[in-house]
Design a protein around this ligand. Structure first.
Ligand SMILES: *Cc1c(COP(=O)(O)O)cnc(C)c1O
Length: 361
């Protein structure tokens, strides 16, 4: 399919430069939004149509819109980086396009042609180029799709809106890297075989929030989910995949299936193998995690995803107690893999795998 032409509707009231600079000085994560958004509509007769770049503003949707009742919604998360030589870089955005479509298929939603997805992302980066921070910051892009049809019957909706919004974000770890503490959720699970664990859908997150609340109540930063059948095997965190670094230079990570196939995860596996580690994608139990951490066989553990890139795990808490990983600080392998990955993403290291896609403003 030929890519749709985007209609640009001029912003009537863009944020003045001084106000934008103030907002971008300490944007945090997901709180400050850029001026524009991209929207594209889908109906059965027209397919994708009405592609627009326009001022970011609230949607007007019917109170009966299917998404508000049955949560037919999927999303992606990716970043644009300001390059030292000018222009911007996207990290493996084709993978986000493919994953969005895998999620769409699972949730009985229409697919977005890859070229259209990429064009939508690039349109927003160009429209909001001034909102892309330099230095340690980046521009977080949130493409998403939801069922907008007003209908309360239970079946896949026949109208959808695809939208991309963006926010400038600062360094995930302000003032140097810190390890995170994680809480093992023994009561709540995230995804069962045959369920939606591998789809990036809002419903998975809605179902994960009680466990996150429990993690916070126990003084932890993040939650770790176990498998839904045996409550034994490590799946992943609420929104990040997890890796375990052993003292014989093997790295273990849970295999795909009910977990979200992270693009950071796939990239880490590649970089780790290239660096000489043996990476095993396999079942790994919580019991084994405790044993390996306590015996010292496990040197490091880290979580990874687009937002944090790579975050070392320092402490693990559960109902029966807690244990530390290594010396609870950022380990050597964690630091090394993070440096390799962020170097490629930010354009300061050679891109040996052609993972980045350049965008000129
Ligand atoms: C998005 C996400 C990840 C990380 O995926 P990346 O492509 O690396 O950002 C991991 N787990 C869950 C549940 C997610 O939603």
């Amino acid at each position: 399919m030929a890519t749709l032409a985007f209609e640009t509707i001029p912003h009537g009231n863009p944020t003045p430069a001084d106000k934008r600079a103030a907002l971008m000085a300490d944007p945090g994560f997901g709180k400050v939004f850029s001026d524009h958004m991209v929207t594209i509509r889908w109906t059965p007769d027209k397919g994708w149509h009405e592609a627009q770049v326009r001022a970011r503003e609230p949607f007007r949707i019917d109170p009966a819109a299917a998404v508000l009742h049955y949560a037919q919604e999927i999303f992606e998360g990716m970043k644009a980086y300001r390059l030292p030589e000018g222009g911007f870089s996207l990290f493996r955005p084709e993978e986000n396009a493919r994953r969005l479509n895998a999620s769409a298929e699972r949730m009985a939603m229409p697919e977005v042609p890859e070229e259209l997805f990429l064009a939508a992302i690039e349109e927003l980066v160009k429209a909001d180029a001034d909102w892309v921070p330099g230095g340690e910051g980046s521009f977080y892009l949130r493409p998403f799709m939801f069922a907008s049809e007003a209908f309360l019957g239970v079946r896949p909706a026949s109208e959808y809106i695809f939208c991309v919004i963006g926010c400038p974000v600062g360094a995930y770890f302000k003032g140097g890297f810190k390890t995170v503490s994680v809480w093992i959720s023994e009561e709540y699970t995230r995804a069962a075989p045959g369920g939606t664990g591998a789809a990036k859908c809002g419903g998975n997150y809605a179902a994960s929030l009680s466990a996150t609340k429990e993690a916070f109540a126990n003084g932890c930063d993040q939650v770790v989910f176990l498998d839904a059948v045996e409550r034994k095997w490590i799946d992943e965190l609420g929104g990040m995949n997890v890796f375990f670094v052993m003292d014989d230079n093997t790295i273990v990570t849970p295999k795909l299936g009910t977990i979200l196939p992270g693009i950071t995860r796939a990239s880490v596996i590649r970089l780790a193998e290239e660096a000489g580690y043996t990476v095993k994608e396999e079942l790994y139990s919580f019991d084994q995690w405790q044993a390996d951490a306590r015996s010292g066989r496990m040197r490091e553990a880290f979580a990874c995803g687009t937002a944090a890139v790579i975050a070392g795990i320092g402490t693990v808490k559960y109902r029966g107690g807690e244990f530390a990983i290594g010396n609870s600080g950022d380990g050597e392998t964690t630091t090394q893999l993070r440096a390799k990955l962020t170097g490629i993403q930010r354009g300061t290291a050679p891109d040996a795998y052609s993972w980045t896609r350049k965008v000129q403003a």
